[in-house]
Design a protein around this ligand. Structure first.
Ligand SMILES: Cc1cc2nc3c(=O)[nH]c(=O)nc-3n(C[C@H](O)[C@H](O)[C@H](O)COP(=O)(O)O)c2cc1C
Length: 333
């Protein structure tokens, strides 16, 4: 298979050998996983809160630890939050995460939420590339206008907080609504776990893929064996959406514990989520509860709040990252 201009640009931007990104995950993005993916030719992306709160590293020391495990480049995920009273502290913390990443020589930021304008400006002054997460073409256009170097298109098959559109729908709507240059890189995030999935996405015009669930079922991921085995055993239909974790839809495996808690917020919380005055605070409150559940789910096999995407069908064993990437490489031949 010939490598597209967009894939070539993605590989230049990341410094990776393969167009396969291990997305930021809470839980799941322990430094050893990020390093193992980059070391084997893919591109690991750090989730700063997972690095610090969950896996217990000082942020700067954690980045240095990853650098001690691999000489290959890796990226950092930065969440852009509004500077409202409710989230000002977290907004500042994320700005510091970006500054320290740049100081530590990280050359790739994957930004989520918010408007990436000021972070793009700062990153470009330091020769750092910025790709932005989007789940529709309107947000894609806004990010392109802000000068991002690439997009990460979140689709409806993904693990974690999902998008609404299929991989083909979302790339088509971005292509139709904006005349980006033919080498403008777009990543497909969601539902990718096999070489066949990868080659289909490259055929659709994606420069590469971002995977989460596939890399959770690896030896290097620091989550329980029960979680990894649940991913191996799950089928596509076992993946359900719930808004109880973060106020927006998250994909999880339908375990007894998830069934018991119900999939949707009650009518009062749903009202607070719809109301523009209370929406942000309610989401922060739900997210705080979700983080506590995810902390437990990472280390306690009895806590079965297991986020995973519809790519579970293609995952039939817990492998080493190197083996996962070797299998993906078949899709490039
Ligand atoms: C357990 C889990 C946690 C995740 N946490 C985050 C996160 O904290 N921030 C983020 O931007 N994406 C998060 N994601 C999304 C991943 O980075 C990636 O885009 C997604 O997993 C791709 O879909 P897939 O799981 O179907 O491969 C998470 C995904 C999973 C499965």
């Amino acid at each position: 298979m010939s490598v597209s201009a967009a894939s070539k640009r993605l590989l230049r931007d990341t410094g990776a050998r393969l167009p396969i990104v291990c997305g930021p995950m809470y839980p799941g993005s322990n430094p050893e996983l990020v390093a193992a993916v980059s070391e084997a030719g893919g591109f690991g992306v750090v989730q700063p809160i997972a690095l610090t709160r969950l896996y217990g590293h000082d942020y700067r020391e954690g980045l240095r630890y990853i650098k001690s495990l691999t000489s290959k480049p890796f990226g950092v995920n930065i969440t852009i939050l509004p500077k409202t009273a409710a989230s000002a502290r977290y907004a500042k913390m994320n700005e510091e995460f970006a500054d320290i990443a740049i100081e530590e020589g990280v050359k790739f930021l994957l930004t989520s939420l918010g408007k990436p304008n000021s972070i793009v400006e700062k990153a470009h002054q330091h020769g750092v590339k910025v790709y932005h997460d989007v789940h529709n073409s309107k947000l894609a256009l806004r990010a392109i206008d802000a000068g991002v170097d690439g997009l990460n298109l979140l689709n409806s098959s993904m693990g974690g907080q999902t998008g609404q559109y299929s991989p083909s729908e979302i790339i088509r709507s971005v292509q139709e609504s904006h005349s980006t240059s033919s080498d403008f890189p777009m990543l497909c995030a969601g539902g990718i776990s096999t070489a066949t999935d990868l080659s289909k996405m490259l055929d659709l015009g994606y420069a590469g893929v971002q995977c989460g669930t596939r890399f959770l079922a690896t030896e290097e991921a620091k989550i329980t064996d029960a979680y990894k085995n649940a991913i191996v055993q799950a089928k596509r239909d076992d993946i359900v959406w719930t808004n109880k974790m973060a106020g927006t839809n998250s994909s999880v495996i339908y375990t007894d514990m998830v069934a018991e808690g119900g999939l949707r917020t009650n009518s009062f919380v749903s009202y607070l989520l719809r109301n523009s005055m209370t929406k942000s605070l309610t989401r922060l409150w739900l997210l705080k509860g979700a983080l506590e559940k995810y902390d437990q789910a990472a280390f306690d096999p009895n806590v079965q709040y297991w986020q995973a995407g519809k790519g579970v069908d293609g995952i039939d064993a817990v492998l080493k990252c190197e083996e996962v990437l070797k299998k993906f490489e078949e899709g490039l031949k």
